[in-house]
Design a protein around this ligand. Structure first.
Ligand SMILES: Nc1ncnc2c1ncn2[C@@H]1O[C@H](COP(=O)(O)OP(=O)(O)OP(=O)(O)O)[C@@H](O)[C@H]1O
Ligand SMILES: [Mg+2]
Length: 219
C-alpha cells in the first residue's frame, strides 16, 4: 500500500511513518499541501495521512476539486478533541491520535486501504489455481479473475502481482464501486491541465500509476 504523509516530520509524525513502513506500507512524505497535491498528480497514493496542524479542510477541498477520491486520515495530538472533530467534519475518514500506537496505525491503514493478509488455502481446487498462477504470472498476459464476492479475487490478484516481473512495482487496487461516477474517468485515466474547472495541473490515472510511475521511496 502506498501511503502519502503530509506535514512536518518532526517527532510523532516520523514515528507514525516508521510504524506504517513496519506495517508494509510504502511511505512518501510531503511537507505541505502543495507538494502533496503535486505528488498525487504525478504518482498517486492509496491513502493520505495528514497532520491536523495543516488545514485539512482546504486540502480535502483541493483534492476533490482535482477529482481525487483517495481517503484522508487525520492525525494530531491525541488530547485535541476539537481538532479531531473538525478533521472528520472536513471529510477525513479516520482520526489517529498522536503519539501513535503501532497496532492502531496498522489497523487503520488496513481498514482504509483494504489491504489483504497473506494468501492461505487448503483445498486442492485452489492448489490448481495457484499452479496456474505460477505458470502465467511471469508473462505479460492480461488475467481476468472471476468468482463470487469475498472469495478472494483480490487476494489472488495480489498473489499474481507478487509472482510477476512487476513484483517490486506498486500494486494499484481500484474499487470502482467506491468511486463516485463523476470522478471515475479522472481516477482511471487522469486528465490534462484545464480539462475542467479545478483541473489545475496534469494528473496521471490509476493505469499510469500501475504502469511504471515512479514508486514511493521506502518499504
Ligand atoms: N485465500 C485467502 N487467504 C487469505 N485471506 C483470504 C483468502 N480468500 C479471501 N480472503 C480474505 O477474505 C476477504 C475477501 O477477499 P477479497 O477481497 O480478495 O474478495 P473478492 O473476491 O475480491 O471480493 P469482492 O468481489 O467483494 O471484491 C479479505 O479480507 C481477504 O483477506
Ligand atoms: Mg474484490
Amino acid at each position: 500500500m502506498r501511503l502519502l504523509i503530509v506535514g512536518h516530520l518532526g517527532g510523532q509524525l516520523a514515528v507514525a511513518s516508521r510504524m506504517a513502513i513496519g506495517a508494509s506500507a510504502k511511505v512518501v512524505h510531503a511537507p505541505d499541501h502543495a507538494v502533496a497535491l503535486d505528488q498525487m498528480r504525478t504518482r498517486g497514493a492509496d491513502v493520505i495521512m495528514v497532520d491536523v496542524a495543516c488545514d485539512i479542510g482546504s486540502f480535502i477541498t483541493a483534492l476533490r476539486a482535482e477529482r481525487f477520491s483517495t481517503e484522508v486520515i487525520a492525525c494530531g495530538i491525541g488530547t485535541d478533541a476539537q481538532a479531531a472533530v473538525s478533521a472528520i467534519r472536513a471529510g477525513a475518514k479516520e482520526y489517529v491520535p498522536l503519539p501513535p500506537e503501532a497496532e492502531l496505525i496498522a489497523a487503520v491503514l488496513q481498514a482504509v486501504a483494504q489491504d489483504t493478509q497473506a494468501f492461505i488455502f487448503r483445498d486442492p481446487a485452489m492448489g490448481r489455481v495457484v499452479q496456474l498462477v505460477d505458470q502465467i504470472a511471469p508473462s505479460d498476459a492480461s488475467i481476468l479473475i472471476t468468482g463470487e464476492s469475498g472469495t478472494g479475487k483480490e487476494v489472488i490478484a495480489r498473489y499474481v502481482h507478487s509472482k510477476s516481473n512487476r513484483a517490486n512495482e506498486a500494486f494499484v487496487a481500484v474499487n470502482c464501486a467506491a468511486i463516485p461516477e463523476n470522478l471515475l474517468e479522472s481516477e482511471l485515466f487522469g486528465h490534462e491541465k484545464g480539462a475542467f474547472t479545478g483541473a489545475l495541473a496534469r494528473r496521471i490515472g490509476k493505469f499510469e500509476e500501475a504502469n511504471g510511475a515512479p514508486c514511493c521511496s521506502t518499504k
